[in-house]
Design a protein around this ligand. Sequence first.
Ligand code: FAD
Ligand code: UDP
Length: 392
Amino acid sequence: NTTTNGKNGKSPISTDIPEAPSIITRDFIFDYLVVGAGFSGSVIADRLARHSGKKVLVVDKRNHIGGNAYDHYDDHGILVHKYGPHIFHTSSREVFEYLSQFTAWRSYEHHVLASVDGQLVPIPINLDTINKLYGMNLNSFQAEEFFQSVAEPREHIRTSEDVVISKVGQELYEKFFKNYTRKQWGLDPSELDKTVIARIPTRTNRDSRYFTDSYQAMPLHGFTRMFENMLNHPNIKVMLNTDYREIEKAIPCREMVYTGPVDEFFDCRYGKLPYRSLDFKHETHHTPVFQSAPVINYPNEQLYTRITEFKYLTGQEHSKTSIVYEFPKAEGDPYYPVPRPENQEIYKQYKALAESTPGVHFVGRLATYKYLNMDHCVAQALATYKQIAVKA
Ligand code: FAD
Ligand code: UDP
């Protein structure tokens, strides 16, 4: 603390005041820690880095990016979705144009058949479904009358059971929805929020598309390639095989974006939120085509809910074909929040806690406990980014 400076003629300054302990103003290496490299985390990381010039560390405990939308070439060279069929569709131009920066697309409209009474018929239920199922030859007007004759109107539509029974009656409910839903969720449709089965419309025309959104397409080179492009930026570093808790103290960041399960973040202090899980059984068959539709749903006796044949989704040509069966279960990786009032009550408590946790942004299907499709996650993440950017 003694400075000498004889050059300007002043006498060397000597102070008796002891030096204040030096304050280490070490810069943060990263501005943001993004937990999870799925849609939600990758969109936010991209915007923070490319649009706001922030330095971002993305960590994921899995050994790959892409979250549940991850795809890869299996041992036979066929592009498969590790966590079950992911079909992109959106009615949001903003979302589609945003993602188009990172991928070219292949047009793809999804079709599903259901195995009912020994036949394969279109689902969503449409004119062809009832004609085939009941050996009829109705037109659209007659189909409308048919549905009206079997429908059992309910005053209040609260549950998934109410939704179906009030539209198509008990018999079609039992053939197509009751057991599929019991398998998928481990709950009766009467115990599930109406929004779950309301995802599946009923039609009196012959439209057999699963979705009717204005944009329906698959990333031309797969989802993972799209994620690579999103995360490929000098301001973004990606750390895989890492639970954020292992590094959050060692690598401090100014703020966090969290896309994992919200209850886990708070050590389940209000109890565990139920998330539904799945076992995936992947198989490759030595034949070019395995089944007559991209997805076949099995609403009844089988233990699995559906079988997906990936080449329909990806357009890949190959002499063999890879498929996946989905077997629902309660424990395991969290894939689906379970929409029902009692879970919403628990989530509300976590939501309040999340909102009062400074410096952490909760985004995505697991962190906001919402049954979001991929495009919804992109829209939600873009909206959250805008809020962050305003404050930053
Ligand atoms: P996720 O993809 O779950 O990503 C969260 C990431 O966080 C994970 O990679 C996880 O490993 C990581 N993580 C969690 N905790 C930690 C931690 N402590 N430390 C580090 N990392 C952590 N949507 C559609 O639009 N169309 C479809 O056809 C479709 N099909 C689907 C089929 C199935 C079987 C499933 C399960 C979902 C489907 N979805 C579909 C929904 C789609 O998967 C989700 O909307 C989307 O992938 C969610 O993205 P996310 O980033 O919010 O979450
Ligand atoms: N569902 C059903 N039978 C079917 C298809 C769907 O009962 O053949 C119900 C079931 O409860 C399912 C929900 O509708 O969980 C939503 O179906 P979707 O295909 O959208 O499910 P996801 O692709 O998200 O698993």
